[in-house]
Design a binder for this molecule. Structure first.
Ligand code: ADP
Ligand code: ZN
Ligand code: ZN
Length: 740
């Protein structure tokens, strides 16, 4: 560990009767807090970051609340070694860590690790040295024009870094050294640079329309109450929800509290950041996985010191050490990207509400297509609602039509129907932009042998290999396995017998190139838009009309505002409906409505064509008639009787092992030990839809209970009853949203 300033305790040797003890939680996926002895001379209160011995190492932990175990004998205790000079972890954050651990059935140490994601930030930043005017310069010191220029730069009495000072005065660094020797200037510690300029709540932003104003008033009032509340902010795509919740942020800033905005995909948020800058004059602090370790450390520290008034981040930003959080906004709250599926499995939207409650803060959940969970909470009055009924600036919602692929199919080997081809052509002829949406990367989702029918599968997963023609290879989208496209069928040996089945965006691109050779086409998929810079460049190119046709995966469904885009074609509207996912229909409606919402956001009206084999399906009907509420009511009616979420509770156990028999045995044992009783039901064990993933065999059990029954105690009892061998892992997922 680096040096830094620490308070060392007096060295105590031998057992001292009744030395004070503390509980210290360590950021390790082990378990609970351990007891340590407090050496004389150290004053410790809960929240302090401390260095303690663990095994043969030193580890940083946090003094936790609660009573140490008095039964632990003195000679088994080890000393806290030092206290770090960092702002202590607040009681709110400690309660949050405990809460998340208990809810998700994770060891508290694993959750603490998320709250200590920049351990180097716990060491105070090394102060930088510079120069300032000597307080008492010797009377006879020689002054030259160069030396006078230096003194002029330093006239305000502040310290400046050597390089910067030499440059400002137009002198060589050696001049400074000479002045120091002569006693004209003296070394001084520089004030720390302020990393994040303060957003100005009164910076002139766009003038809100009357409905926006009313909505903003409601959110401002929620923030001003300085207590916990949750508000669901809904409104059609393009209604200006962002500008409205910006007003809540402004109110929070005026009250001197911090605001947190969670965005589902921060890498795709260039346009959002531009708007923030336009409203508040400066950029916010950012938090996501791609920060450099230095920015991470500095940002963490700035948050802890209250020097990052607004933080915009991915779900992990919930675990930052805000001293006084006054507002949490979860934008696009329906997005599944808020669910973390690895390690501590949690839903950031739900945990945002919890963190807001613990912080006595306002929580705002924003979406044009709220999740059934949030919509239900709004209906039962647990959440307040604020609704924007129309698009900002009088723009109309786009007209949505279904194209029945049974009646008007595309030509053989093609994927765009005559109606869609015509519509794209007309749009391009008018000089407007069109978008084709297909939520599938690559060229074709499946490759098979024409001779024997063999389908090319990933060797590590229950998944087809996806052809990426541009890179001349096959890829597994679940584990990352890649291999060249085989010359001959691996099963029957026929040469050049493999054929692509179905379309991916690359194949749609090929078709588009043939149909509209003049059009400038941009593909937006995670492999063509690898990061924030690429996303920002793509958005600019579209805004500046350097692109005519956009072909994209779900990336294009995000909150983009493309003023010249008037047509959206959905190549396969049925795609998300396959599979046994509880939320398949809900998610398809949300995704397609978001994509559709990209069309016609300014003067010219938008048009949306959905290619489907099932135009009568409730999902298509809801989209065509723009009646999402009726759809969600029908969805609710479908889930209520069976106590499916949100009208009941669900938890999944995923049993996995490289040894298939071991996975089966543990799954069977869990099945035999399953809890039961009134309002409790266990489904499975059954192979997970991805029965093999990265070489691990997976079995799934689902615990379903009535809403008034908590699943955590049931799960704890259940897991206690079954012995899990070392080569088997059982992952607990409370409130699962993915069913792979
Ligand atoms: P939503 O999030 O509801 O889809 P946005 O907040 O993205 O809608 O707003 C849609 C577009 O309208 C954006 O380009 C935004 O800058 C613009 N807009 C919203 N409100 C105003 C306003 N009051 N004045 C000017 N432009 C606005
Ligand atoms: Zn074959
Ligand atoms: Zn794979």
């Amino acid at each position: 560990m680096a040096g830094g300033k620490r308070t060392r305790g007096g060295v105590t040797t031998g057992p001292v009767a009744a030395a004070p003890r503390v509980r210290v939680l360590l950021p390790l996926p082990l378990g609970n807090a351990y007891d340590y002895r407090v050496p004389e001379g150290l004053a410790l209160t809960p929240g302090a970051f401390v260095v303690v011995p663990l095994g043969g190492r030193e580890t940083i932990g946090v003094v936790w609340d609660g009573e140490p175990d008095p039964g632990l004998s003195e000679n088994r205790l080890r000393n806290v070694q030092a206290v770090l000079d960092a702002p202590p972890m607040t009681a709110v954050l400690r309660r949050f860590v405990d809460w998340v651990a208990a809810y998700t059935l994770s060891p508290p140490g694993a959750v603490l690790r998320m709250a200590m994601s920049a351990p180097s930030a716990l060491e105070p930043p090394a102060p930088q040295a510079g120069w300032r005017r000597a307080a008492a310069p010797p009377a006879g010191a020689r002054t030259t024009p160069m030396r006078r220029r230096v003194l002029e730069v330093l006239a305000d009495g502040a310290a400046r870094a050597g390089g910067e000072l030499a440059e400002a005065a137009g002198v060589a660094p050696a001049v400074l050294r000479g002045m120091a020797d002569a006693g004209l200037i003296e070394p001084a510690l520089m004030p720390r640079r302020r990393l994040f300029a303060a957003p100005d709540p009164d910076h002139p932003g766009p003038a809100l329309g009357p409905e926006q104003r009313e909505a903003a008033d409601a959110l401002r009032a929620a923030v001003a109450r300085h207590g916990f509340s949750t508000t669901l902010l809904t409104g059609v795509t393009g209604s200006g929800k962002t500008e409205v919740y910006f007003e809540a942020i402004a109110e929070c800033l005026r009250r001197g509290r911090q605001a947190l905005v969670l965005l589902p995909e921060i890498a795709l948020s260039a346009q959002w950041l531009d708007r923030f800058r336009a409203r508040f004059g400066v950029a916010p602090a950012l938090w996501h996985s791609e920060l450099t370790s230095r920015t991470r450390r500095e940002t963490w520290r700035a948050v802890a010191e209250g020097a990052a008034p607004v933080l915009v981040g991915a779900r992990s930003a919930l675990f930052l050490p805000y001293p006084d959080l006054g507002l949490i906004v979860v934008d696009e709250e329906h997005e599944t990207a808020f669910k973390q599926e690895e390690g501590v499995v949690y839903h950031a939207r739900d945990m945002a509400v919890v963190r807001a409650r613990l912080s006595e803060a306002a929580c705002v959940l924003a979406s044009a297509t709220p999740s059934l969970e949030s919509a239900t909470n709004a209906q039962t009055g647990r959440y307040a609602t604020v609704h924007l009924p129309a698009r900002h600036g009088g723009a109309e919602m786009p007209a949505v039509e279904a194209v029945d692929l049974r009646r008007t199919p595309p030509e053989r080997g093609r994927f765009l129907s005559p109606a869609l081809v015509a519509a794209v052509g007309e749009t391009l002829d008018r000089g407007e932009q069109a978008m084709l949406f297909l939520n599938r990367r690559g060229y074709a989702p499946m490759t098979l042998c024409r001779t024997c029918g063999h389908r090319l599968r990933c060797p590590n997963c229950t998944a087809w290999l996806v052809e990426h023609r541009a890179q001349r290879r096959l890829q597994c989208h679940h584990c990352g396995h890649v291999e060249p496209i085989p010359e001959a069928c691996p099963e029957c040996g026929s040469a050049h017998s493999t054929v692509p089945i179905g379309p991916g965006v690359e194949r749609v691109l090929e078709e588009a190139r043939a149909l509209w050779p003049e059009a400038r086409v941009l593909v937006m998929a995670s492999d063509t838009i690898p990061g924030p810079a690429a996303a920002a460049a793509a958005a600019k190119a579209i805004q500046h009309r350097e692109v005519d046709l956009i072909i994209g995966t779900q990336i294009v469904a995000k909150g983009w505002h493309f003023p010249h885009l008037t047509l959206v074609g959905v190549v396969d509207a049925d795609l998300g409906l396959a599979g046994g996912d509880l939320r398949a229909a809900e998610r398809t409606v949300q995704l397609l409505h978001q994509v559709a919402g990209r069309a016609g956001r300014e003067e010219r009206p938008g048009r949306v064509l959905l290619q489907t084999f099932a135009p009568e399906h409730p999902v298509m009907q809801a989209l065509v008639h723009g009646d999402l509420e009726a759809f969600m009511e029908a969805e609710a009616d479908g889930r209520r009787p069976g106590h499916w979420p949100p009208f009941g509770r669900l938890a999944a156990l995923i049993v996995s092992s490289e040894d298939e028999r071991a996975a089966d045995r543990t799954a069977r044992d869990l099945g035999l030990a399953a809890p039961g009783g009134e309002g409790v039901e266990v489904l499975g064990p059954a192979p997970a839809p991805l029965a093999i993933l990265r070489g691990r065999h997976r079995r799934r059990l689902l615990l379903k209970t009535r809403r008034d029954i908590a699943v955590q105690p049931l799960l704890e009892d259940w897991l206690d009853k079954v012995e899990v061998p070392g080569n088997v892992r059982v992952q607990v997922d409370v409130d699962p949203v993915g069913f792979l």
